[in-house]
Every structure is written in structure tokens, then in C-alpha cells.
Ligand binder design. Sequence first.
Ligand SMILES: [Zn+2]
Length: 174
Amino acid sequence: MIEYFTKALVLDQENSGEFDKLIFFYTEDLGKVVAKAKSIRKITSKLASQLEPLNFVRVRLVKKNGFQVVDALAFDKIKASQPALELVRFIKEMTFELQPDRKFWLLIRKTFQNLKNNKKFSYKPLLKALGFALDFARCSVCDSKFVVYFSKTEQVFLCRRCAPTPIKDFIEIN
Ligand SMILES: [Zn+2]
């Protein structure tokens, strides 16, 4: 049984069994991790409020047939807003489990700090860190270099003119 203690952002959660949940983290030390939080849906659970999506936490995990949450303490909570929820969904969908990336973690911290302080935030640095530099990006339909959308599922860029309506499954880059 191996124990880990790391900072993490709570990305999402899903019900599991009668009282448990699966918690999706992006962690500083391990990259994306899915861990079971036992009994978290019981009313007496102290962990439930700590493990809300958009919380930055210090979390203790153990690994024995998959990861389990032992303990977690939130040290920063981001208010749920459309851009914030879009951002965690983006991180969840664009990262792989157990591929730690310290630079990406710091970028996540900075991006959410900007969001929290109502500063401008952009997907550009995040996309670049994930290998999608915008310098050479072209619209996948017409080859225009004025790209404004990125599809997470297709992993392509689009210009404003070629974007489908309604815009679905695309993030606006600006
Ligand atoms: Zn185009």
C-alpha cells in the first residue's frame, strides 16, 4: 500500500455504489487521478464539503486496487461560474491519468487565480502546454490562421466563419 500526499484541484465527481463517490483530481504530483471517496454521501461525512469540484485541496491518497481518498483539506475554493466549470471540464477531458506535469499544474493555479481576481484569462497557455501551440494553428476547414475555437473531441481549430452553429463541444480561445 503506497500513500501519497499532494496538492490537487477537484475536477469532477460521480456517484459510486450506495455511499461512495469517485473523485476526479488534477494533482501536482501524479497528474490526473481518479480516487474513490468512501462513505462520502453519508450525512456525517466531513470530506464531502472539502471535495467539491473547483476546490484546491491538500489530499492524502492510498493506492491499493486503485486510489482511495484518506483525507482532504481545501485551501482555496473557486466560485462556480460558467468559465470556471468549462475550465475544469477542459482539464478533465484533455489530460491523461498518472502523467504528472508540474508546469501544467502551475499554469492551472495561475489560470484560476486570474479567474478569481477577475483578470483576463486565456486558454492559449494551457493549449500550448498540451502541445497545441497557436502560432501555427490553422482552421481545419479553410486553413485560415484566424482561429477562435478549439474542439476537445476532434482536437482541431476552427475560424469564426467555419464554426458550426450552435457551437457545441468547442471552447472559445481568444
Ligand atoms: Zn475556417
